[in-house]
Design a binder for this molecule. Structure first.
Ligand SMILES: Cc1cc2nc3c(=O)[nH]c(=O)nc-3n(C[C@H](O)[C@H](O)[C@H](O)COP(=O)(O)OP(=O)(O)OC[C@H]3O[C@@H](n4cnc5c(N)ncnc54)[C@H](O)[C@@H]3O)c2cc1C
Length: 246
């Protein structure tokens, strides 16, 4: 029987804002056993009276960064854990985490591609770990990210994504902005649908490995469309963040 993964204490080394409602936390974890791109960790908060809550957070950083793990958290205004992380946690604080967790929604460079990554909002987090790993490993597998955000100010990792796409190593990003588009916007301006997926998939071909992460409704739409577009089921990997159909 597998041994349960033990809780360990992480020290918050740095905090920075990605967008007005999304914040990244760099955690020092000297005892971290390492992870694969796409895995997540569990985070536990315990109050003085012993009440505790746990939530899962994908690992945003690449496996090559030893002893350090980065997570990126969207603030859900009515939530219990994410507002605490945003409003209370500062560098030097200690947080309990355990991981890495998950062996299905992972991509390692030797798996190859082509690769199509599809994200809705904070669903980009585990995909960012894959992209950072791809860059650090020097992998040149043809890769596309289709990234759905509400508006231009809500694009998580925007600067880094632009930089990765400018590297000329076979990675391109396509954005869709569903609620608000800046003047002169030339990207997509609607929710992800089959026609959009067909366009983004076209240069990659039918053997593409796909990883989709985000709200349940987006993940279901995408997975069904990818089946209709002829992607074999074992190349359609999905991860859902939201507990509802939001
Ligand atoms: C495998 C996995 C990986 C995850 N990775 C990340 C990550 O990298 N970054 C991240 O920000 N979140 C991630 N999540 C979601 C995260 O675990 C929490 O659910 C989220 O932070 C909300 O927790 P909360 O305590 O603030 O809200 P809760 O107290 O749990 O919920 C409050 C209210 O908000 C609703 N709600 C909860 N989550 C969402 C949501 N995502 N979208 C819309 N409404 C919601 C609930 O239905 C409820 O009504 C992941 C979830 C899973 C299962």
């Amino acid at each position: 029987m597998a041994r349960p993964i033990e809780w360990q204490l992480a020290t918050v080394a740095a905090v920075h804002d990605e967008t007005p409602s999304v914040r990244s936390f760099t955690l020092d974890l000297p005892g971290w056993a390492g992870h694969r791109a796409g895995q997540h960790l569990d985070l536990r908060l315990t109050a003085e009276d012993g009440y505790s809550v746990e939530r899962s957070y994908s690992i945003a950083s690449e496996p090559e960064r030893a002893g350090v793990v980065e997570i990126t958290v969207e603030r859900i205004p009515s939530g219990e854990v994410s507002p605490f992380l945003h409003e209370v946690v500062i560098p030097g604080d200690r947080l309990e985490v355990r991981g890495p967790i998950g062996g299905y929604f992972v991509w390692d460079a030797p798996l190859g591609g082509p690769l199509l990554l599809i994200a809705g909002g904070s669903g980009v987090v585990p995909l960012m770990s894959m992209l950072r790993h791809r860059a650090r490993a020097g992998a040149r597998v043809p890769t596309r990210l289709l990234f759905s955000s509400r508006g231009p100010d809500e694009i998580i990792y925007r600067v880094e994504l632009d930089r990765l796409a400018a590297a000329g190593d076979g990675f391109a990003v396509a954005h869709t902005l569903t609620r608000q588009q800046p003047p002169g916007w030339t990207g997509y301006a609607r929710r992800v649908d089959e026609a959009m997926l067909a366009e983004v998939l076209e240069p990659l071909g039918p053997t593409t490995r796909t990883y989709t992460c985000g709200p349940t409704a987006l993940v279901e739409t995408v997975a069904n469309a990818l089946v209709r577009l002829g992607i074999p089921p074992d190349r359609i990997r999905t991860e859902r963040f939201g507990p509802t159909g939001t």
